[in-house]
Design a protein around this ligand. Structure first.
Ligand code: FE
Length: 292
């Protein structure tokens, strides 16, 4: 019995395929895209997610290759929606995990202790720590560039450029929060900005880093930028629209001032109560307001 694939094909030349799964997250988890790159009999998944997506994603991968034979899990960074299901992947597949060297020593915390010596293979031997400058991995007859994207948003952050398809898998860069059809490419860039702006202003480090990243991306021949949340940017014109926009966006530390690092009235009242053992009326709750 053959089950229909939920994959949306981004590239397919018969031997090399890139696909995205946009609708595997159910319930209260934020929409997230998971990816599979196939080259012949070899496969790599990018940002497979946590327990929410583990079962449906392994089922989907199984429609294209035996999931246990996956070569790589490529992790853009360390967040729950990126790699929280690491332990299950380690148990059920032979895959190695590619991640920034900054996170390689933290990832074992995501696995149960018995995984540390599973089938005679230590978990740490299956984690490939990537240096800050990035690198290249081989997948079948193709290569994937591992690109630095540090502070966008994680301190150790990587993006993956698939040379055959010319697709840049950009993690949280370009992410959008859309109500419907996350697999559909952006058509009206101006109309799409409100679904990206708040996220990038709050999560990305600074305009300086965004611009450095965009300048590096312009050196590549990119046909598509596909983020981990929301819609892809397809075609060179749309890719350039996004690079222009992100290069000039004030975000992160650009927008922060001392008002974002102040003790609030609530903090001070709590301190005073501790001193006096008084019990004044509960102060109104006031959260530190960050941009975005
Ligand atoms: Fe993240």
């Amino acid at each position: 019995m053959v089950f229909a694939s939920k994959a949306h094909m981004l590239f397919d030349d018969g031997d090399h395929k890139c696909m995205v799964f946009s609708e595997l997250v159910k319930g209260s988890g934020i929409q997230a895209n998971q990816f599979l790159i196939l080259d012949g009999k070899h496969g790599a998944t990018i940002d497979p997610g946590g327990d929410l997506t583990y079962a449906p994603l392994t089922l989907e991968i199984g429609k294209h290759m035996p999931a246990q034979k996956l070569d790589y899990i490529l992790a853009s960074h360390q967040d729950p929606d990126i790699i929280a299901s690491l332990g299950r992947w380690m148990m059920q597949t032979q895959a190695k995990v590619v991640v920034s060297k900054l996170w390689s020593r933290f990832l074992p915390h995501l696995g149960a202790s018995y995984l540390n010596d599973l089938n005679g293979r230590k978990l740490e031997d299956r984690i490939i720590p990537v240096a800050d400058k990035g690198g290249v991995i081989e997948l079948g007859d193709s290569s994937i560039l591992i690109l630095p994207a540090h502070f966008l948003h994680s301190v150790g952050n990587l993006h993956f450029y698939d040379i055959k398809s010319k697709i840049l898998f950009s993690g949280d860069m370009g992410a959008s929060l859309v109500d419907a059809s996350p697999g559909q490419a952006v058509e009206d860039f101006e109309a799409h900005i409100p679904s990206m702006r708040g996220f990038h202003e709050r999560y990305m480090c600074s305009r300086k880093v965004c611009r450095l990243w965009a300048d590096m991306v312009r050196e590549l021949d990119v046909e598509m930028i596909v983020p981990q949340h929301g819609r892809p940017f397809k075609g060179k014109a749309m890719v350039n629209r996004f690079l222009d926009w992100i290069s000039s966006l004030s975000c992160g530390t650009d927008l922060l001032g001392e008002e974002n690092y102040m003790l609030t009235r609530e903090h001070k009242l709590a301190l005073r109560m501790q001193d006096s053992h008084a019990t004044p009326e509960a102060p109104p709750s006031r959260l530190l307001k960050f941009p975005g």
